[in-house]
Design a protein around this ligand. Structure first.
Ligand SMILES: [Zn+2]
Length: 232
């Protein structure tokens, strides 16, 4: 939570100074009045896209990639096949599409060159928990993401539709969304929570993989506000 609080002003400061801010500052300078305090600047700075959940109750401090495209490497695990790789990429592609290509990725052939390493494992769920089908670990330096590892359960019981949806959800984490939405209609809601309860709750694989919602899209737009501001 300490870092979450620290991240808020950083996000505001990454927003571009609008023409209105520049004009107001110039007028203030000519008139010999002090530069407006940050709180005043905040009023005329373009508002972050809403609704979003970047500062929601289930979120921790989110970090960002410094450069795009993010480089993705598929490890040659037992469940990897080119077909499964494409099924996973279909989930990643939903975010590329939803962000107009601003948050893009590229596949690389070497783990050493990768930002994100994807592991497709021939298990019905991950070893960490009997109820987890996808897991993404990220490491960071300062505000920047440094490396990510994504584990996906991908044995024969995991349908392509489910794999695509879980991959899309996990890619949201890999892009920097560090937590979950509190709205069940969002892709970044605890989807893995919904699909993983294989005990008393029956699993109903999605007939159509879910895609980033408006709130999901707004959340990454807020996280990468500077990048979206210069994208068009
Ligand atoms: Zn998640």
């Amino acid at each position: 939570m300490r870092w979450l609080l620290r991240s808020l002003p950083l996000l505001l400061l990454t927003l571009p100074a609008s023409a209105a801010v520049a004009a107001a500052t110039n007028v203030a300078a000519r008139q010999g009045t002090p530069t407006p305090p940050l709180s005043t600047v905040g009023i005329v700075t373009p508002s972050p896209p809403k609704p979003n959940y970047l500062d929601g109750p289930q979120m921790r401090t989110s970090h960002r990639w410094r450069r795009f495209p993010v480089r993705v490497y598929f490890a040659p695990d037992d469940a990897y096949s080119p077909e499964r790789g494409r099924t996973v990429q279909a989930g990643f592609d939903e975010w590329t599409r939803a962000t107009g290509g601003v948050l893009s990725y590229v596949i690389v052939d070497s783990a050493a060159d990768a930002d994100v390493r994807v592991h497709l494992l021939s298990v019905p769920h991950l070893a960490d928990s009997p109820t987890t089908v996808g897991l993404t670990h990220t490491s960071s330096r300062g505000p920047w993401l440094d490396l990510a590892r994504m584990d996906l359960a991908a044995d024969a019981s995991v349908t392509p539709e489910l794999l695509t949806e879980v991959a899309a959800h996990e890619w949201g984490h890999a892009l920097g969304i560090n937590g979950h939405s509190d709205d069940p209609s969002d892709l970044m809601y605890g989807v893995t929570v919904r699909v993983i309860h294989q005990g008393a709750v029956s699993v109903e694989p999605p007939s159509h993989p879910r895609t980033p919602s408006l709130r999901d899209r707004n959340t990454v737009r807020k996280l990468y506000a500077d990048r979206f501001a210069t994208a068009h």
